[in-house]
Structure formats: C-alpha cells, structure tokens
Write a protein that binds this ligand. Structure first.
Ligand code: XYN
Length: 334
C-alpha cells in the first residue's frame, strides 16, 4: 500500500529542495503516492488565499505532508496548517554531522516546541492609538500533552544509548502565571517518568547553554515562540538552517518541513542546500515506520557531507539537484 504524501513545494527554494528530496525518497524504493498541493505567496497573489481549502483537504486525507517553504505568507500558511492538523509537537533535531563546521562534534539533542498555543494563538489587538497587545495562552492540557511527548521521546532515545534527560526552558521568574503553570506541569509529568532525568532553565540562560554546553542536552522542551527562536540559534551551532529539519507531529497527522524559509535571495539559482529537506524526509520515513529506508538516507547523506559533495553554502560546488543525486546514488547502492 503506497504512502500518500501531500507535497506542498510553496515558494522560493521550496520549489527546488522538495523535488530534490523526493528524488532521494524515491531512491529508497518505498512505495509513495505524491499528491501535489499549493500554498504560499504565489497562490495568494493568484487567488487571494495563501492556504486554499483544496490544499487543506489534501493534507487531511494524506498519510503525511511534505512542506517546502512559504514567503511572506509563511505564518498564515504553516501556523494555520499546524493547528488544522493538530500537530502539537514541533520536533527539531540538533545534530553535528561529520564534514560540517560545527561548534562541537558531539552535539546531538532534540528541541521539542509546543506548536499550538503560547503567543501563536493570534490574539493580538490595538487597544488604543499606538497601543497594541498580544495574549499568551498556556493551558494545562497542552502542557501535559507536550511534556508527555518529550518524556516519551527521551525514553526512546535512552534505548539508543542517550542519557535519558528532558530539559524545560521557560521564563517563570517573569511570566509568573503562564510559565509558572508551564514549569509546574513539567515537574508533575516528570514524576511519571522516574527513569528519565528532569531539569529546567530560564530561556535566556538556555540561549547561552546551547552555545557553552550543547553536549549536555538530550531532549529540550519549551513553548512556541521560545522554541522558534531557540531552534534557529541551535541550528547555527551545527552548520546553519540549511541543515535543520523539523517534524510537526500530532495524534493523527504529521507535517515535515525544513526550518529554513523560502530564501528569495537564492531562489532559482539552483544552489539551495537540500540537506534540511532531505533530513525532514528522513523524519517522515521514521514517522511512516520505514526505518530501514530512513537509515539508508541518513547514512548516504553523512557520506556525501563528509566527502564535501555539497552545495556552495557548505563549501562545495554542486547544485541542489546534483547533491541530491549523490545521496540518491548511494541509497540505491545499499
Ligand atoms: O514561527 C513560526 O514557526 C511560523 S513562521 C516559520 C518559522 O519561523 C518556523 O517554522 O520556525
């Protein structure tokens, strides 16, 4: 039975990195049915809608969504898609790969970002001339859900030899009610996992520790906006956003996307790094329980990166598609 994948290339380099990553996915021999759909700036200019109903229907019908990037309409597209698909966990691995200039070569942790609330509920208002507000929503239900996800992930990683630790990042010393609840529920859930260590840091300190002691982290869990900011900084410690994949996971749907945006400055030049999208494809394969195929791509990508067969941002001289072809060739060989 083919895995039905809703493919949304979107804007800018999304139109280049998604086809490149699909070539690698097809090289695994896994049976896919790719169903293309539109979203982002171009469809907004054509129709006035950045996320068409037809796209939402396809996303809901498919086994997973493979998303490239959106331009100015990014927040309207991806934030809305995450909420419609109820993908409450935004999983962002932070890993050093051989051959890539990183802060340290032993960085290997995962940031789990709460994906449905916080400041992303869209509750903004102009309450007076020049006076605007944004309401931050933190609920017990969403906290329990994201912390259980984080502890279960730490339990799975512990089986692969990782430390078995969850670190909560918050700002409870200032946001005494919202992050007071966030931190309180974290330790309530932690009590249900006596085999997993639990610790917490203020988000500003965490922003430093991902630079000064990244090797000490296993699973980091935080709220929506803090996770958005922290994960981009973390990507910088392992080679940049060109290498940063993400998985948006819920109980019924999964959406896989590179953390980077549409990069209009390099769009159409054929030099966009496909690594983040290929690695997002690896996360999608694991979600679909195609573990052998996922391992093959990760091994092939590590070889290609280590041999310097990369796009210019990583010091190579290959195009987006040429780099993907180097990965695909190795996958077919395994
Ligand atoms: O803040 C958001 O998540 C919506 S805009 C795209 C983005 O920044 C990300 O996916 O990290």
């Amino acid at each position: 039975m083919a895995h039905k994948i809703c493919v949304i290339e979107g804007d800018g380099i999304g139109k280049e990195v998604i086809p490149a990553a699909i070539k690698v996915l097809e090289a695994t021999g896994v049976d896919f049915e790719f169903i293309h759909a539109e979203a982002g700036d171009e469809v907004f200019e054509k129709t006035g809608v950045a996320l068409p109903e037809e796209t939402i229907e396809k996303a809901l019908e498919c086994d997973a969504v493979f998303f490239g990037a959106a331009g100015e309409t990014a927040a309207d597209v991806i934030v809305k898609l995450r909420q419609i698909l109820k993908t409450y966990a935004n999983v962002r691995p932070v890993k050093a790969y051989k051959g890539i200039k990183c802060l340290r070569d032993d960085i290997d942790y995962v940031i789990v970002r709460e994906n449905t609330e916080g400041l992303y509920k869209g509750l903004e208002a102009e309450i007076d001339e020049g006076v605007t507000t944004a309401t931050r929503v933190i609920t017990r239900k969403a906290c329990e859900r994201i912390f259980k996800f984080a502890f279960e992930l730490a339990r799975d990683r512990k089986k692969q030899g990782k430390e078995g630790k969850v670190t909560c990042a918050h700002k409870a010393n200032v946001l005494k009610i919202t992050d007071g609840l966030f931190k309180k529920v974290f330790y309530e859930v932690a009590e249900q996992y006596d085999d997993i260590k639990a610790e917490d840091y203020y988000i500003d300190a965490m922003n430093m520790y991902i630079i000064t002691k990244p090797q000490t982290f296993d699973v980091v869990v935080t709220s929506n906006l803090f996770g958005d900011i922290l994960s981009d900084g973390a990507a910088g410690t392992v080679g940049g956003l060109g290498l940063a994949p993400s998985a948006n996971i819920g109980d019924e749907h999964g959406l896989f996307e590179p953390v980077h945006g549409s990069a209009p400055d390099i769009a159409g030049k054929g030099i966009a790094n496909p690594t983040a999208t290929i690695l997002s494809g690896v996360l999608m394969l694991r979600y679909l329980k195609e573990f052998e195929a996922a391992d093959k791509i990760e091994r092939a990508l590590e070889e290609v990166l280590a041999e310097g067969l990369t796009t210019p941002d990583l010091g190579g001289n290959l195009t987006t598609f040429q780099m993907a072809e180097e990965v695909a060739k190795r996958v077919e060989k395994y």
